[in-house]
Ligand binder design. Structure first.
Ligand SMILES: [Zn+2]
Length: 199
């Protein structure tokens, strides 16, 4: 299952925000709980949405959205949590669900009751409910092989690319169109590791 605070899948009772302590697992998600969830898994299904637990069947949770219902495993959802709400304060760095169903890094800069105002790193901003965001547990560091970064494409504009190899502070990157090149570390913007891009 995932940590209700940081959204990472808990392995060996640990997650990035538990900082070496055991994470207090609460495996059962009761009916009526609001969740963020993903419809399924696979390279063309990076999308998450929000809904409410409507039923249980063995290890599966039925999540109802406004128009539909889906069956999900525990790793496919992050339940709302009073523990997390307490951490979602002005100045908290978060991963928040954008309208296209993907998670982007941002910061909370205002609250209105239980509603939080999130400003994403690209400048977009939106009022969201607390089950539409998790606390960011790890910030970006030096890019590693496999990380997705932002760097200048030979065509001239900034584009996402995947780090293939590293030599000192030079990085071999491959763009979505297959273009590859070496770029210096100064020309690379790294994203913090996204808990929803793994597993
Ligand atoms: Zn955590």
């Amino acid at each position: 299952m995932r940590c209700v605070k940081c959204g990472w899948i808990i392995e060996d009772n640990r997650c990035p925000c538990s900082k070496g302590r055991e994470n207090a697992l609460k495996p059962l998600v009761p009916i009526g709980t609001r969740v963020a969830f993903r419809y399924g898994r696979g390279p063309s299904m990076p999308f998450w949405s929000t809904g409410e637990v409507a039923g249980l069947q063995g290890r599966l949770y039925q999540i109802k959205t406004r128009n539909d219902a889906f069956w999900c495993e525990l790793d496919d959802l992050v339940p709302e949590s009073a523990d997390r709400d307490d951490l979602l304060r002005e100045g908290t760095r978060v991963w928040a669900l954008w309208i296209d169903g993907r998670w982007f890094p941002g910061i909370i800069d205002a609250e209105e009751g239980r509603i939080r105002h999130v400003v994403w790193d690209d400048g977009d901003a939106m009022w969201l409910e607390p089950h539409q965001m998790v606390v960011m547990a790890t910030e970006s560091g030096v890019p590693k092989e496999g990380n997705v970064v932002l760097t200048r494409h030979p065509d001239g504009d900034m584009q996402p690319a995947r780090v293939e190899a590293r030599e000192g502070m030079r990085f071999r990157v491959i763009f979505r169109d297959g273009e590859e090149q070496w770029v210096p570390g100064d020309d690379i913007t790294t994203f913090p590791p996204n808990p929803f891009d793994h597993a």
